[in-house]
Design a protein around this ligand. Structure first.
Ligand SMILES: *Cc1c(COP(=O)(O)O)cnc(C)c1O
Length: 410
């Protein structure tokens, strides 16, 4: 399979971490921090050199001028998330973007103020929406509605979300879910959730941290009002790198939307006249505040150029095979040993499999790490593994399962 893999050349475009003896680790943690493209250094060096040689002139005279630098990322970023260029921007960090989007799109009234999130939302998202409720003077216990999996289940049923909307739809201002759940890997049908929310008069936003670069998002067609994602997971742009934001085209020219602004949200033509009345940029760019860190944008650009070359279609195609093979191998271990909590249907997941190991504790995971497999442990008994189609091989997942088997048989 590795020999016949049309994307096999891409593994060598990444730095694969090694153990102390120089052997490549089995790195299945791209859901947490994607690996570094070898080209990243050159992209950053270019900007360091231009800064060294040009100083402030680099804003306009650098090989890739810094003033419009974020625009060099827009086309590829839009493709990755299935959006129109006017709908995306790279700025800030993920949780910050979530707040900025809520400033504009969470507009509670005394009657309609509640927010729906998944019960097992990523903690930062939960803290962010709770603080928005409090910021607007609401009780965060009363205002937060959890969409929960059923008893003894991990996955979410749309019918349960529909029931929440039937019962409390006119009190709900915002539905904000992780489009690919970080824990189970369940990939939600964003169009279905958006249509449901809109039918009940709610705003619908998604956190695509585990979706961007992993699954085909089709953000524009989903109709979602807004979305946010980070670039350091599947988008391989380095720890803490800048995040993405999506604002649907239908809001692109709405100057009445309240928002927090800065000089980078202002009309580019008159931005440097400094004394003009505020004139907001159309589209997602109109949510920027500051001039962005170019070194981080350079790293994102290095990665996005790879995504632009490969395309999400080819990536998804390999991803399904790779994760399907991984699933097949894991199932050989037997139902008494492991249970995969990620959906079986490839349409409802990305590359990640969350593996519940019966009677396991962290000691098992530590042994797995010591054997050279880098994955991710979630208490009480789940190992999350993400075979990433850009740089992981079929051999990687084979090795992972072999080592897990050895440890379990010990
Ligand atoms: C990774 C992740 C975050 C992290 O937030 P930062 O602001 O980038 O630190 C937040 N939410 C979700 C769903 C994530 O997966």
């Amino acid at each position: 399979m590795d020999q016949n893999d049309p994307l096999k050349a891409y593994r060598s475009k990444f730095h694969i971490p090694k153990d102390n003896n120089g052997n490549e680790l089995v790195y299945l943690c791209g859901n947490s921090l994607g690996l570094q493209p070898k080209a990243t250094k050159d992209y950053i060096d270019q900007e360091l050199d231009d800064w060294a040689n040009l100083g402030v002139e680099g804003h306009t005279e650098a090989k890739n001028p810094w003033l419009p630098y974020h625009e060099f990322l827009t086309e590829n970023m839009a493709k990755v998330v299935g959006a129109k260029p006017i709908e995306v921007v790279t700025m800030n960090t993920l949780t910050a973007n979530l707040h900025f989007m809520m400033v504009s799109f969470y507009k509670p009234t005394p009657k309609r103020y509640k927010i729906v999130i998944e019960a097992d939302a990523f903690p930062s998202d939960k803290y962010a929406v709770e603080s928005q409720l409090r910021h607007h003077g609401f009780d965060d216990n009363e205002g937060l509605i959890l969409w929960k999996p059923r008893k003894n289940e991990e996955l979410y049923h749309y019918e349960d979300l529909e029931a929440i909307l039937e019962q409390q739809g006119d009190e709900i201002a915002l539905i904000m879910v992780g489009n690919t759940n970080y824990y189970t890997g369940q990939f939600f049908d964003m169009k279905r959730i958006t249509n449901l929310g809109h039918k009940h008069g709610c705003i619908v936003g998604f956190d695509c941290a585990h979706g961007a670069g992993n699954v085909q998002l089709n953000l524009h067609d989903s109709g979602a009002d807004f979305a946010v994602w980070c670039s350091y997971k599947y988008l391989n742009s380095g720890p803490g790198s800048l995040a993405g934001a999506f604002v649907h085209e239908r809001h692109a020219h709405d100057k009445t939307l309240n928002r927090f602004t800065g000089w980078w949200s202002h009309n580019k033509q008159t931005r440097f006249n400094m004394r003009h009345e505020f004139d907001v940029l159309p589209g997602a760019e109109g949510w920027q505040l500051s001039n962005p860190p170019i070194l981080s944008l350079a790293a994102i650009r290095a990665s996005l150029d790879i995504f632009g070359e490969v395309g999400m279609e080819a990536l998804t195609k390999k991803s399904r095979k790779l994760t399907g093979y991984f699933e097949y191998l894991l199932k050989q271990l037997g139902e008494d040993t492991i249970r995969i909590i990620t959906p079986e249907n490839p349409e409802e997941r990305g590359c990640q499999l969350s593996i519940q190991v019966k009677n396991a504790d962290k000691a098992l995971f530590d042994k797995l790490t010591a054997s050279g497999v880098i994955a991710d442990w979630r208490e009480p008994d789940v190992i999350r593994c993400a075979p990433v189609p850009l740089y992981n091989s079929y051999e990687d997942v084979y090795k992972m399962v072999e080592r897990l088997k050895e440890i379990l048989n010990d």
